[in-house]
Design a protein around this ligand. Sequence first.
Ligand SMILES: C[S@@+](CC[C@H](N)C(=O)[O-])C[C@H]1O[C@@H](n2cnc3c(N)ncnc32)[C@H](O)[C@@H]1O
Length: 281
Amino acid sequence: MLKMPGDLGAISMTEISRDSINNQTREAWNNTAKIWDEKMGDEGNDFHQILIRPTIERLLQLKSGQRILDIGCGNGLTTRRLASLGAKTLGIDFASEMINNARKRTRENQELIEYQILDATDETALLKLGENSFDAAVSAMALMDMAEIEPLFRALKKLIRCGGCFIFAVMHPCFNSMHTSLAAELIEQENKIYTEYFVKVKAYLQPSKIPGLALENQPQPHIYFHRPLHFLLNVAFKAGFVLDGLEEPAFPPEFATKNIGISWSKFSKIPPVIVARLRVL
Ligand SMILES: C[S@@+](CC[C@H](N)C(=O)[O-])C[C@H]1O[C@@H](n2cnc3c(N)ncnc32)[C@H](O)[C@@H]1O
């Protein structure tokens, strides 16, 4: 993640209207859709393949024939993958360009996959998908891009059948946010020099929003909505969910030499992602 100048953190939702922030976010994702699709392709990047996908699947324990909602589906990586495992999937995203790309990439299991342009901050629109009509919902790396998450959690509690779950993966708010950065230091010990990698955390506790780039060549920054864990989980608890699974995946040590320079692949002891399973009882 690359940070942009202009911390919007101190600006509250009442000062800039929800609609205008949401529209700005949608426009940014529509403009980013082409390079996002090129970068993710059919299978996704290392983050997706090593950290996100296996963790979501472990927590989901999918059974063939189940109906799954994929929220903020982007170019449909997770929607297609779950269909390939036998699920009936509906991928939703508010960026029409993302949905266009998802449809173009859906060459197999077409009978199992649907996409819809839908704003996940719009509770009424979400509820039109049908109460108790999903066995589970997933969201891969999208909640931190959403201007508001309370309407989504309230709606999901009704959309998911009793006993089902909502699994979300987000950038770990403690270690991987617009308030953190990766750093390295040369250490000399017993006549040997080695590099020690660490994460600088400048802030955590306050929810905030800052424009940033998910990809280096992204044409327009989008807004990251930083939510500390207590904030994120309390939204879920208030909506009536119970937390019954939590993983903090990190890259395995053998990835340390994969990239030159500082990158998350060097941090096998610090998780850049957190994945939670919330249950509807
Ligand atoms: C970082 S991308 C992740 C895409 C996909 N889940 C993946 O793992 O490749 C975040 C996605 O969330 C979508 N998004 C952000 N806010 C949204 C909202 N309010 N409603 C629906 N989708 C939203 C964006 O359009 C974008 O496609």
